[in-house]
Design a protein around this ligand. Structure first.
Ligand code: NOJ
Ligand code: NOJ
Length: 428
């Protein structure tokens, strides 16, 4: 008996706690392996996303945040996540993919995805819930989810409007302007009217934790109102267009107020009114996502020093507070939401680590981007599954399995790599 306990203990002491990962930890990961992995992961991610769209028993157009029903229950259509997800298909339909990346769905299939999403969204908009257009999530039958939740969240309608504005532009280019105005424009307008009306008010942040002013929300509000003003003008609604433009300038100055000139950082959240109160530093990966989720013709270029310093500050914190980053220091640090995070004990997330990769790829720095991509590859499982988080202690996947947004973040990062950093062809 004693011997057994002793030997078990001995075994435990010598092996330590296992670390999740697929590569030998002392070797420099190879670019060739990474490239092969990314090609496979791209197919896998697209399939996983499609599985999470219009699942059996749902209303067509529902986009699951994750198929997980419990711990956590993410079996809902989040307004934010679904708009971020549909961007993947919209990009393919717009033809903005690099030629070397073959598209696996036909234009008709891509359009069906968007039309379903449009009719689901229109159904959502017609039901009031607690906060009308500000509702953060819907049941898969399209009705507002009435559980206690952080509401309103005012980034979602803007993201959705921006997506449908692009869809309307696509239809116009196809010679289907009349359809765009008759069918798509009313849906866009409801979201823009809400965004324009609420622009000065606080709402819950993208992590659904605190009510107040948020850089991310301001930036995506501005982007939607700017392109909405152009579309309104094109439909002949001059007064509406002028109102959207005015509200866009307000959103822009509110966004600029998050740039802290003395610290040279972006302070993501200010003027907290409600919600959790332990987030003291104010720096958050959401600020990077603000840039990645809005068009590039913005008042600050992607390579601005505020964002760069913010990302550096976050990375230094994550490198020191997450044990996994010290245990696997041969890889770039895994990135979380913000240092004080306590959700599931506060861990790195796939989508935020992938956002770092995308940032460097977009700036043309393949080597740096690959370092974060290698980190992601290390924690994904052998078949390519990605959940929402990975344990800060041992790197194993945690929280919602097959998070749609994780796959989306992989796809946009990978697309940026192919588009901005390499001439190599995707070999399949
Ligand atoms: C659930 C939210 O979705 C998550 O983002 C947040 O961190 C926790 N609630 C906070 O309790
Ligand atoms: C929690 C995240 O914090 C939030 O951003 C997301 O919308 C939901 N999970 C659903 O994925």
């Amino acid at each position: 008996m004693h011997i057994r306990i002793f030997s078990l203990l001995f075994l435990f002491m010598t092996t330590g706690v296992a670390i999740a990962g697929t590569g030998p930890s002392d070797q420099r990961p190879s670019t060739e392996d990474l490239e092969k992995w990314m090609v496979k992961e791209r197919r896998f991610s697209e399939r996983q996303i499609l599985r999470n769209i219009s699942p059996a028993g749902s209303r067509f157009g529902a986009v699951l945040a994750s198929p997980s029903h419990e711990d956590p229950d993410y079996y809902f259509h989040w307004v934010r996540d679904s708009a971020i997800t549909m961007d993947v298909w919209m990009r393919q339909l717009e033809g903005s993919y690099p030629d070397s990346m073959p598209i696996h769905l036909t234009p008709v299939q891509l359009e069906v995805l968007l039309w379903d999403y449009l009719s689901f969204s229109e159904f959502n908009q017609g039901l009031h819930g607690y906060t009308g257009i500000g509702e953060p999530r819907y049941n898969v039958d399209g009705t507002p989810n009435m559980l206690p939740w952080s509401r309103p969240q005012n980034d979602g309608p803007a993201l959705r409007a921006s997506l449908f504005i692009r869809f309307a532009q696509y239809l116009a280019l196809q010679g289907r302007w009349e359809t765009a105005v008759r069918v798509v424009w009313p849906v866009i307008r409801r979201d823009l009217d809400y965004t324009a009306t609420e622009v000065l008010k606080g709402s819950f942040d993208i992590w659904e934790e605190a009510k107040g002013d948020h850089f991310y929300t301001r930036v995506v509000n501005r982007a939607a109102l700017v392109s909405g003003a152009k579309l309104a003008a094109a439909t002949g609604e001059a007064a509406l267009s002028a109102w959207y433009s005015t509200q866009a300038s307000i959103a822009e100055s509110l966004a600029l107020a998050h740039l802290d000139a003395s610290k040279q950082l972006i302070v993501e959240n200010t003027h907290r009114e409600d919600g959790l109160d332990y987030k003291h530093g104010g720096v958050d990966t959401a600020s990077l996502l603000a840039f990645l989720h809005s068009p590039q013709e913005w008042f600050l270029p992607l390579n601005n020093s505020f964002l760069f310093n913010t990302m550096g500050s976050l990375e230094r914190s994550f490198a020191s507070i997450y044990q996994i980053n010290q245990r696997t220091a041969h890889l770039a640090p895994a990135i979380g939401r913000y240092p004080e995070d306590r959700y599931y004990n506060g861990n790195p997330w796939f989508l935020t680590t992938l956002a770092y990769a995308e940032y460097f790829y977009r700036l043309g720095d393949r080597i740096k981007g690959d370092e974060y991509m290698q980190r992601v590859k290390y924690h994904a499982d052998a078949s390519g599954h990605m959940s929402e988080q990975l344990s800060r202690e041992n790197g194993y996947m945690l929280s919602a399995r097959d998070l749609t947004w994780s796959y989306v973040a992989f796809l946009t990062a990978y697309e940026a790599r192919v588009k901005y950093t390499s001439l190599q062809k995707e070999v399949e």
